[in-house]
Design a protein around this ligand. Sequence first.
Ligand code: SF4
Length: 147
Amino acid sequence: MILISACLCGVDCRYSGDSKSNEKIYSLLMDGNVQLVCPEQLGGLPTPRHPAEICQGTSEDVIKGSGKVLNNQGEDVTKHFIKGAEETLKIAKTLGCNKAILKSRSPSCGCGNVYSGNFDGTLVEGNGVTAQLLMENGIEVLTEEDI
Ligand code: SF4
């Protein structure tokens, strides 16, 4: 069983209220043994919503309680990102998932690079909060760009 970011398979769960469908990932869904997840919705955020970035510290810091995720209105949405990561991990453990393919660059799902926290489109090395928590629990995380 593989966890996949729902927005990669046509679910309109992105902050902007649309999806980011990816043909290759969608064909994996059709092959079966896939669980779709949207950590930000699982964390209780509405759709559409204001875009958010990790603005203080890294995703490791967010999980440890010292980092912050803010939206572009300056509102602190950290607790939603942590809740979404925890719920996603719960689903992964329940289903015995050992691999996840998550949306690149997202503050929840990104792996390897995420937006800098300045809301200017620049990237920094790092992971989204959910991707980080999954990796800390032994789950392999890839992005659609690795497939
Ligand atoms: S990148 Fe992750 S959190 Fe964002 S919409 Fe897609 S599945 Fe949801």
